[in-house]
Design a protein around this ligand. Structure first.
Ligand SMILES: [Zn+2]
Length: 445
């Protein structure tokens, strides 16, 4: 007899805690035009991130004959200061008179505003770059073409002329100064020029042979992305027909909620085992399959640490509707033929499953720039999600829980423990998830 499956929230929490990484059948493919659109949308999403960690935004752009609207959502409703910042950003952009000199001023003005309001994230990106610089770096001589392009970009920033000092030495000098005094690099008006130089160096064609550490180069580019994002916004607006208006508007999600979980991790996996008519797993077999779990179990030396204390503290998790899901749910009501979604971070596993499930019944096309297999605890369905979409996402989750169970059961057998597991019967194995995954992902592309 099967028992009820453990709650959705408990399963998500268990999968996220054991760092169960899911693999996708194939990477997303986009045309170069779609890639360009998605890149711009991703950059716009970056401008909405005000916290150093765990802040996520999704964006899309809707153009009509009269207006351009940038719609965005975050994993939580915007705070009052964030709404005010976004309004000011919009005011600055629309104040440009669309003359070249004014565009530069507008970019500078907008970049300062962004640095002030997104300082936590800007500092976090700079610190990542500095940490990489601390492990050592070199700058190789650029090719003649790269040298010309780099110098064109850098000459306004006070870099010495390549006729005086080789460009690679100037770059190495700048990176060394950044490593030694990162706080100074973001102080006052210097911050804008730091972001501009990071952009100019990081995004010049051929730079990968000058800075041949791909991690270092990527981190430099990510710092420079702030400049790129502001330019996209300001220059993009300046190129629009004058009659078009631009609006940046939030689609607010419901506030996050704290809920209490029913089980601990082993309890969830064993409730799943029971649901699949499988014998219970020991902590050892789960740990053997997922060694990273070790830190979660604190075994007292001589007691049975499987048994929880009499009054265990409540296991709570904060749930939220992720930015992509809020935005997409809103967009579907507009019945547009093409939806392009930019995100400040790659789409998580649950969002990916949700979007894929929606995509199956949607007559238009949905484009996302990137997704990853990470499971986040506390992921929540948007209000009004259809039963069919809920069922489809829950089936994907079932598939992943089955994989965890199978892996832990295998670990148990390989440890030569007595096992009541009947391999031929294979009660918990299902191919539903695999079939769904394959079909789902084809709906998003
Ligand atoms: Zn997500």
């Amino acid at each position: 007899m099967t028992t009820l499956q453990p709650p959705f929230d408990d399963c998500l929490f268990a999968l996220s805690t054991i760092s169960h990484l899911l693999e996708y059948p194939r990477p997303l493919k986009h045309s170069s035009l779609q890639q360009k659109h998605l890149k711009v949308l991703n950059l716009l999403a970056l401008l909405l991130i005000t916290e150093p960690n765990s802040d996520v935004a999704a964006t899309t752009l809707i153009r009509t004959t009269r207006s351009v609207t940038i719609l965005f959502s975050k994993n939580r409703p915007c705070t009052a200061p964030e709404s005010s910042y976004i309004q000011t950003l919009q005011d600055i952009i629309t104040s440009t008179t669309r003359e070249t000199s004014s565009i530069e001023d507008t970019c500078r003005h907008a970049l300062s505003l962004v640095i002030d309001n997104c300082s936590g994230k800007v500092k976090a990106r700079l610190n990542k770059l500095v940490n990489r610089l601390k492990s050592g770096f070199t700058a190789n001589p650029p090719s003649p073409d790269t040298s010309t392009l780099l110098w064109e970009r850098l000459q306004s920033t006070g870099f010495p002329s390549p006729s005086d000092i080789p460009l690679e030495k100037s770059i190495a000098h700048w990176l060394t100064a950044l490593r030694n005094a990162p706080t100074r690099a973001l102080a006052g008006t210097r911050a804008s020029s730091t972001l501009f130089i990071a952009y100019a160096i990081g995004h010049t064609p051929g730079i990968d042979s000058v800075i041949d550490d791909p991690v270092l180069l990527r981190r430099l580019q990510k710092l420079g992305d702030y400049f790129a994002a502001v330019c996209c916004l300001v220059e993009g607006y300046s190129e629009l027909e004058p009659r078009l208006t631009i609006t940046i508007r939030e689609i607010a999600p419901p506030p996050p909620e704290i809920i209490t979980l029913k089980y601990d991790i082993l309890g969830t996996v064993n409730a799943w085992a029971s649901h699949r008519v499988h014998h219970p797993l020991t902590p050892e077999s789960l740990l053997s399959a997922y060694p990273s779990l070790t830190s979660l179990f604190v075994p007292p030396p001589s007691t049975d640490w499987i048994v929880p204390p009499d009054n265990p503290p409540p296991r709570t998790v904060t749930t939220s509707v992720h930015a992509e899901c809020t935005l997409l749910t809103h967009l579907l009501t507009l019945k547009l033929p093409l939806l392009e979604l930019g995100t400040s971070k790659s789409v998580c596993w649950a969002c990916g499953s949700f979007i894929a499930a929606l995509g199956k019944s949607y007559t238009g096309t949905i484009h996302l720039s990137g997704r990853q297999g990470k499971v986040h605890a506390g992921w929540r369905f948007p209000e009004g999600t259809s039963v069919a979409v809920r069922d489809a996402v829950e089936q994907c989750l079932s598939h992943e829980m089955d994989i965890v169970l199978a892996r832990a059961a295998r670990a148990r057998r390989s440890d030569s423990e007595p096992s009541g597991y009947d391999q031929k019967r294979n009660v918990f194995k299902t191919t539903v998830g695999e079939i769904l995954s394959e079909e789902f992902w084809s709906a998003v592309e």
